[in-house]
Design a protein around this ligand. Structure first.
Ligand code: SF4
Length: 224
């Protein structure tokens, strides 16, 4: 992903040095963002799961604008599973891809009711078996609703970890595996939040603010 003239640090840096560089970066990001948290508003695992499905190709701010009305009308998986798909679609229209998303949300809630007694399951295997739930969504729910360490790889995480040359891949599953090898498990969820916050504020796609970047000294892609 990263166009560099040098050989990527991903290949030249030892595992020990990668871990140490990552530790320094996360420490600096924690100073900049002392309370990293999921930006999707939610009160329970069900709401977080639905909000995360809605966040595909959409900003968290936009999702937060539609979820209060959605959950007021459909407060549980049971009620959502019984809803008409077109009614869900109408409420979530502004998040984009609303036909697919409404179909997935309804089917997902039906599966939660049918297979899990109306409770959102708390394992990667069970979550990813639900309609419309991929690994990234499952990791968001595991980490933020159940306290189970997970490493969601979204577009910011993918871009920044490529720029930092901690990965040589564009594939979220491969990136997740490579990052989990150099970050302690207890830090996975926070690390994902920190990279997302850094991507929104500083390392912005196509116009990264390298001159004011707090992790620039550890970044092989720094442009100054
Ligand atoms: S130095 Fe530039 S490219 Fe590297 S992380 Fe910071 S903003 Fe992104």
């Amino acid at each position: 992903m990263t166009a560099t003239l040098h050989e990527s640090l991903f290949y030249t840096e030892s595992r020990t040095r990668k871990k140490s560089r990552m530790r320094s970066i996360l420490r600096a990001l924690r100073t900049a963002f002392p309370a990293p948290a999921c930006a999707l508003q939610h009160d329970d695992p069900f709401q977080l799961l639905v909000a995360t499905i809605l966040s595909a190709q959409c900003t968290d701010e936009r999702v937060n604008m539609v979820t209060p009305a959605l959950f007021a009308r459909y407060p549980t998986p049971e009620v959502m599973a019984e809803a008409r798909q077109e009614d869900i679609a109408e409420i979530i229209r502004s998040t984009g891809f609303f036909q697919n998303k409404s179909r997935n949300i309804k089917a997902c809630c039906a599966a939660i009711v049918e297979k899990h007694g109306g409770k959102v399951p708390s394992t990667m295997e069970e979550l990813t078996a639900l309609p419309g739930v991929g690994r990234k969504t499952a990791n968001v729910v595991l980490g933020n609703a159940f306290g189970v360490p997970g490493f969601p790889v979204d577009t910011h995480v993918r871009r920044i970890t490529n720029l930092l040359e901690f990965t040589d891949s564009d594939n979220p599953e491969i990136i997740e595996r490579q990052l989990c090898e150099i970050i302690p498990e207890k830090d996975w969820t926070d690390a994902s939040h920190l990279f997302i916050l850094h991507g929104r504020t500083t390392c912005i796609a196509r116009r990264p603010k390298c001159d004011e970047c707090g992790i620039g000294k550890w970044c092989p892609s720094q442009r100054v």
